[in-house]
Design a protein around this ligand. Structure first.
Ligand SMILES: Nc1nc2c(c(=O)[nH]1)N[C@H]1C(S)=C(S)[C@@H](COP(=O)(O)O)O[C@H]1N2
Ligand SMILES: [Mo]
Length: 152
C-alpha cells in the first residue's frame, strides 16, 4: 500500500510498515460471502479500521466516495464515504493470526463483511477519495454497486 490521495487535506504515501505503525491494530471475526454462492463463517482478520485512516487524511467537504485500486491495475472497487467509515470496514493484513497469504491479498485487502466479497479489493495499493462513485471491476459486468443485492 502506498498512496492515499484524491480529495483529502492530508494525502499520505505510506509504506505497509508505516500503516501498521500509525494506525491501531484490531481483530475482527466476521462471515465472508461471495455472490457466487460460497461463503466462509467466522473468518478472523487482523488489520486497521479504514475509519481511522479517513480521520487521519481528513476528506474535503466535497468527498463522497472512496475508490480502491489493486496491484496490477485491473481490479478496482469503491464505497461511499459512509460505508467506508463503518466500524466493521477494515484494511486487513492478517488472516487467522498470520500474515495475509498472497492469494488472499497480501499485503492488504478491504473487508466489509455485510457486503459481497467483490466489494473488497485484494492486493490493495492505492486509496483515492472522490466526489463520484467509481464503477468497480465486477460492476462493469452487472454486479450491483451497493454490494448487498445479488445481480439478476
Ligand atoms: N484484486 C482483486 N480483488 C478481489 C478479487 C479479484 O479478482 N481481484 N475478487 C473479489 C471477489 S469476487 C471475492 S469473492 C473475494 C475473494 O476473496 P478470497 O480469494 O480471499 O476468497 O475477493 C475479491 N477481491
Ligand atoms: Mo466473489
Amino acid at each position: 500500500m502506498a498512496n492515499v490521495d484524491g480529495l483529502v487535506e492530508h494525502p499520505v504515501q505510506w509504506t505497509f510498515a508505516d500503516l501498521k505503525e500509525k494506525l491501531t491494530e484490531v481483530e475482527q471475526i466476521s462471515d465472508f460471502h461471495c455472490v457466487e454462492g460460497w461463503g466462509v463463517k467466522n473468518v478472523r482478520w487482523t488489520g486497521v479500521r479504514l475509519r481511522e485512516l479517513i480521520e487521519t487524511v481528513k476528506p474535503k467537504r466535497e468527498t463522497s466516495h472512496v475508490t480502491f485500486y489493486s496491484l496490477g491495475g485491473v481490479y478496482t472497487e469503491s464505497l461511499t464515504l459512509s460505508e467506508a467509515s463503518e466500524e466493521q470496514t477494515l484494511l486487513a493484513y492478517g488472516l487467522y493470526g498470520k500474515e495475509l497469504p498472497s492469494q488472499q491479498g497480501y499485503p492488504l485487502r478491504v473487508i466489509i463483511p455485510r457486503m459481497y466479497g467483490y466489494k473488497g479489493a485484494k492486493w490493495l495499493h492505492r486509496i483515492e477519495f472522490t466526489d463520484y462513485q467509481h464503477l468497480g471491476y465486477w460492476e462493469q459486468y452487472g454486479y450491483n454497486v451497493d454490494g448487498v443485492t445479488p445481480p439478476r
